[in-house]
Design a protein around this ligand. Structure first.
Ligand code: HEM
Length: 66
């Protein structure tokens, strides 16, 4: 898999504070291409529920304590 840039560190609080929950929701629901990130990031909105996405956002935030 080719990536122009290495993936960002989701355990870095300084970085994660720049990403609103609305953005994290969008990238998980609609995929990377929908937010200008790598298209290899799949969209999960067709296969998991709204509540699942909200739960995943809470889980992702635990990596950085944000
Ligand atoms: C549990 C499933 C997954 C979740 C919750 C998830 C979540 C996320 C989130 C929140 C981002 C945005 C990160 C940012 O903007 O810094 C992201 C980006 C990305 N994801 Fe996923 N992802 C999942 C699965 C996958 C899979 C299966 C792939 C590829 C095989 C993938 C590849 C990528 C790539 C390449 C990016 C762009 C990274 C960057 O530009 O920094 N993801 N993902």
């Amino acid at each position: 898999m080719h990536m122009d840039e290495p993936p960002k560190d989701q355990s870095d609080p300084a970085y994660m504070k720049t990403l609103p929950d609305e953005y994290l929701y969008l990238v998980i629901c609609k995929g990377g291409a929908a937010v200008g990130k790598n298209f290899i990031m799949p969209k999960f909105g067709d296969v998991i529920s709204d509540q699942d996405i909200r739960d995943i956002i809470v889980w992702i935030r635990t990596f950085s304590g944000t």
